[in-house]
Design a protein around this ligand. Structure first.
Ligand code: BGC
Length: 837
């Protein structure tokens, strides 16, 4: 329900909450009149003070007009800022449910949690499109497809706003990577923006009537979001008619006057740029009309009135901080979002009657990894880990081992010898040569350190790091023959090159905030090798560490023992908040040692199930062919362990469907050559060209006839479904042309289960090249064995349109369109056509 419906219901006398009984009808002329009256009581100074945030998470109070301090809280996966709260699943898991009604329920839960904490503005949902797997914030978002993302977005926002809490759709726009997120310009053409990156925002505004939009950090086509008049004024406020508040991301404003003119209404977290000092001279010189400031203030007041924040009766209300219904919602969300992509020989579901002993192994098994890192991190009151979930299955004995050392243990336990100082007191130390320049030349100051331990700051003085280069030299004598895993952990804008025996095995160029990287090297037992790490710290407080270990020594012996003993094994691998997070990108490869762990457990137990915790696709080629079953957990929120255990042991059939294409390798991804900004000349800004255009994800794979590992929309069930009886008819809806598509879905298997019927449209006769298929409708059906449901889906004219750069509008080329229905972007058994004028 949107706030419009909410207000109307209240006016119709339906008492949803006494706290809102006096709320005015949204959008009534009365609101504008009330805004006028308040505006008349404000000085220009008051007005300017209102367009900069306060105390980190508030809109400033103006007591003289009855405007209270309006509190915000981070989302999007829980009300994060004001103490513990319900931790819902990551956005990507919600998208994997393909269930907008569930998104609405989650939104309502978030709204309740917000109100219980006096929160008026929730900083969610995050709706940026999944462009490449490494983006550290993919987990917060709704996947690669604009239509699916839009449906989930609308449900979420309607849920939040139905509770009288303002939702904030973010990050507007094209914020599709975390590395150097303030600096890199996302350069995309108009069609790509309109068709792929903007529709979820558009739906948030036009359908869900979102109260707030948050500008992103990055420039778009060379202009920072907060001052990008094309996106903010023309598209958002002009084309889409957004009349709420456009706020900045936290410290995403770079120029006060440019932002004021470029459409920003509220600078967060405070008025660092859009303040009286910057704006008054521009106003006095006539560069910035007062009407521009007035418009921003009107938007803030309008929103406050709409949501009842100026009415004393709308105080926080009777919600409990501990949200019992929220627990149930989080559990349902995890159940619906988990995707089963491989189930060789029908290994799953396990039968508790045959599986007496289950080995649970891996770094993500315990403690619970409910979410990724950064501003979305919620501390829940309770969180069920995979270990606890599986451990609660009656009659199954669970044996557990983390399987791998932690990163810190690996660094601390690496024993170096010293090649160059053999016999001296520095034996076993790492030689650290610090050069007073950035190119490792001249006379270094030399010191010795035990190990580069714990990934702690090494260079202490203020600007020491960025003016120096550091060479670490260590020697290592392997105890074992064969494969060794080398790990380097560096952060900030560090660059390094790591050589083993003079040969470069790992490098990192200066990209903001990268996580630990690994390389496999083959060494000979007893044969000393010299390791050199040339390190260019990118920040004043660089942190770097490295270590290595024989692959065969990496995996703990007890993990191997329980894997061998048990009737089946679950390997819980993936990322967690410290390595998949806002602020930096993650690796495409699983974190250190995990590939080797999967391989080893598979060798020890042929009934091995991999449960992956991640925000998206990972490198799988080392093990995908040898695992029996593969489940994508995403970040499953506080109840994730229970949901996974129910699916593994068959209390529920999996029903999640991929909201992304899961590729075979990063090299095959259409974004591969255009994800990192190429080197720039001094004075230029870094730019990423969205050269793949609209051919992203399945739009690329289906059009170019490439085969991904698992296609968009795919997910296995424990039951089977059949599609039949496709009918396609032209119709009229509200005076405009539409197309009705209907068909049957039948559960032909033996279990209660859910299926998502996915409808794609193709436009082979278009005047321009269009993707072979695009998702335009879907419906989730829940059926008992033998049960059949007739599904009706309606396509409006926009479902057939592309963005025409000549007319700057949506265009339908008359001709024959293909309608395809099935259970994934690659399995569409029902096909038909319709000719449109
Ligand atoms: C994030 C936003 C978040 C804000 C406030 C920023 O770093 O990008 O998503 O809402 O912080 O915490």
């Amino acid at each position: 329900m949107s706030y419009r419906q909410f207000g109307l219901l209240l006016c119709a006398g339906v008492a949803l909450s006494t706290a809102f009984a006096q709320a005015p009808v949204p959008d009534s002329p009365a609101i504008e009149k009330r805004v006028d009256a308040l505006m008349a009581r404000l000085t220009l100074e008051d007005k300017i003070s209102l367009i900069g945030g306060d105390e980190g998470m508030y809109i400033r109070a103006i007591p003289s007009i009855g405007l209270a301090h309006l509190r915000m809280s981070d989302g999007p996966v829980g009300v994060r800022t004001w103490g513990p709260s319900t931790a819902y699943t990551a956005g990507i898991a919600l998208a994997a449910s393909w269930d907008p009604a569930l998104a609405e329920r989650v939104g309502r839960g978030l709204g309740e949690d917000a109100r219980a904490r006096g929160v008026r503005f929730l900083l969610g949902p995050g709706v940026n499109i999944y462009r490449a797997p490494m983006n550290g914030r993919n987990f917060e978002y709704f996947g690669e497809d604009p239509y699916l993302a839009a449906r989930i977005t609308v449900g979420y926002i309607e849920g939040v706003q139905s509770q009288g809490v303002v939702a904030t759709v973010k990050h507007f726009a094209l914020n599709n990577q975390e590395y150097d997120r303030h600096g890199v310009s996302s350069d995309a053409d108009e069609r790509t923006m309109r068709e792929i990156y903007l529709p979820a925002f558009e739906a948030a505004v036009r359908e869900a009537h979102v109260g707030t939009v948050m500008n992103s950090y990055n420039p778009i086509n060379g202009v920072h979001a907060t001052q990008n008049a094309y996106l903010n004024q023309k598209v958002l406020k002009g084309d889409w008619g957004f009349d709420g508040i456009l706020m900045s991301d936290w410290a995403a404003t770079y120029d006060g006057v440019a932002a004021a003119k470029g459409g920003l209404d509220l600078e967060m977290p405070r008025a660092a740029f859009m303040n009286a000092k910057a704006l008054m001279p521009a106003i006095e010189q006539g560069v910035l009309p007062v009407s521009v400031i007035d418009d921003k203030v009107r938007r803030i007041l309008r929103t406050a009135i709409r949501f009842g924040f100026l009415d004393p009766s709308t105080e926080v209300g009777q919600f409990s901080r501990y949200n019992q219904q929220g627990i149930q919602t989080a559990l349902d969300e995890a159940r619906e979002g988990i995707v089963l992509v491989k189930n060789e020989g029908g290994l799953l579901p396990l039968d508790a009657k045959n599986i007496h002993t289950l080995a649970v192994i891996g770094p993500d098994a315990w403690p619970a990894v409910s979410g990724g890192g950064g501003s979305s991190t919620v501390t829940p009151y309770r969180a069920v880990s995979i270990l606890q979930g599986l451990g609660a299955i009656p009659g199954v004995k669970v044996l557990y081992s983390p399987g791998l050392p932690s990163l810190d243990d690996l660094f601390n336990e690496t024993r170096f010898t010293s090649a160059m100082d053999e016999g001296s007191e520095n034996r076993g130390a790492i030689k650290q040569e610090t050069f007073p320049n950035r190119d490792f030349t001249g006379t270094p100051s030399i010191s010795y350190i035990d190990h580069i331990a714990s990934w702690k700051p090494l260079v202490w003085s203020e600007d020491a790091g960025i003016k120096k280069s550091i060479r670490y030299t260590a020697a290592f004598t392997p105890d074992v023959d064969g494969k060794h895993l080398l790990v380097v952990a560096a952060t900030a804008s560090d660059a390094y090159s790591l050589k083993v025996g003079g040969k470069e095995v790992m490098t990192q160029v200066s990209r903001e905030n990268q996580g630990p990287q690994t390389a496999e090297i083959v060494l000979k037992k007893g044969k000393l090798v010299v390791i050199t790490l040339d390190y260019l710290p990118g920040a004043a407080d660089p942190r770097i560490s490295f270590g290595l270990r024989g692959v065969d020594e990496l995996i703990t012996p007890e993990a191997m023992q329980i894997a061998t003993e048990a009737d089946a094994a679950v390997v819980a691998v993936g990322y967690d908040a410290p390595v998949e997070s806002e602020g930096f990108d993650r690796s495409y490869q699983l974190p250190f040692g995990q590939d080797a762990l999967i391989e080893a457990v598979c060798r020890a137990n042929e009934k091995t199930i991999v449960a992956l915790t991640s925000g998206g696709e990972v490198e799988t080629h080392n093990w995908i062919d040898i695992v029996s079953a593969f489940l994508l957990n995403w970040y499953p929120g506080q109840e994730g362990g229970t949901a996974l255990a129910e699916i593994v042991f068959g209390a529920r059939s999996p029903e999640g469907k991929l909201p992304i294409t899961f590729g075979r390798s990063w090299e095959e991804n259409p974004v591969h050559d255009n994800y990192f900004a190429p080197p720039i000349a001094p004075g230029e800004i870094p730019r990423v060209r969205y050269a793949e255009g609209v051919f992203l994800g399945y739009r690329y794979y289906t059009t170019r006839h490439k085969e991904p590992l698992y296609p968009f929309g795919f997910g296995l069930s424990y039951s089977r479904f059949a599609f039949s009886n496709l009918k396609i008819e032209a119709a009229k809806s509200g005076g405009s042309q539409s197309v009705n598509v209907s068909f049957d879905v039948e559960n032909t298997g033996l279990r209660d289960a859910a299926e998502v019927a996915e409808l794609y449209v193709g436009d082979p006769s278009a005047k321009i090249e269009r993707p072979a298929e695009e998702l335009k409708a879907f419906e989730k059906v829940r059926l008992k064995p033998g049960e059949r449901q007739h599904v009706n889906l309606q396509l409006d004219r926009r479902s057939f349109a592309y963005w025409d750069v000549k007319s700057h509008g949506w265009r339908v080329d008359p001709g024959q369109f293909t309608i395809m229905v099935g259970d994934s972007s690659e399995n569409l058994p029902l096909t038909g056509t319709i000719t449109l004028p």
